[in-house]
Design a protein around this ligand. Sequence first.
Ligand code: G4P
Length: 288
Amino acid sequence: MHLQWYPGHMTKALRQMREDIRIVDMIIELVDARVPISSRNPDLDELGRDKARLILLNKADLADEVVSRYFIDTFSRKGHFVLEVNAKTRHGLGAIAKIVEQTCAEKRERDERRGINKRPIKAMVVGIPNVGKSTFINSYAGRAAAKTGNKPGITKGRQWIRLGKDLELLDTPGLLWPKFTDQAVGQKLAMIGTINENILDVGELSLMIIKFLGKFYPDSLANRYSIEPQRPIDGELESPSVILAKICESRHCYLKGGELHLTRAAAMIADDFRNGRLGRFSLDRPGE
Ligand code: G4P
């Protein structure tokens, strides 16, 4: 499976992002906790290097907690604030306000010294598609949010969302895309469903998932589909296509003529994997 996915209009989008970053106090970057490195656009580090950053590991409910802890540590050591959150249930969102205050304490003091009234902190919310940005904004802003619409100097499509007196969020729709030259990154994004299914072969995708699980979470398929656990024989794991066929049988996925309906089983595996029904997994691994 060869994946190449980087929209041509990215240069323009990055220029826009550079302008947006200039007017905010901090950046709230959402990443997918299952792929906290692969779901970032590395350009942001360069563009936002002078701004405070809060990284939200969203969908933490779907990720391997031990691995998440490792990445929280990694990002913290780079000087970023980091939180694990679940935008859907709002778990973890309560800690954001304090961090926002902390990141902007200096600005507040400076304003006070100059006799400027307390101004709301301006935070830009960024994240690649499907990372949960809309869910986050809706959950975090909730009913308290007043969409303030366009402001002078802000391009159409940018949306300021006011949260009480102290915070304004700048939503930047669809601006940040994943960027990858590395096939492994593309494959991981495909496995979690960031990359659209219709450019992918679901059969191949399920084989990648089976291979990954066999390597890192060997009991997960056995537990869900009542098949024998994947154990290496002479150091080799059973071929993913054999396992796919076993799952297909176990789930009675047959075509009318009695042949195995492998595509149906493959789609089921991909869906179960993405929605956490096979367990919690992290595809970016420490030390990679
Ligand atoms: P985007 O704006 O970044 O493109 O993403 P969006 O909020 O639309 O979220 C993409 C999908 O991820 C949605 O699922 C959403 O419910 C889900 N999601 C967001 N945050 C979390 C989280 O913390 N944990 C989990 N488990 N899921 C999360 P969907 O299938 O598209 O919609 P729905 O089934 O929720 O209706």
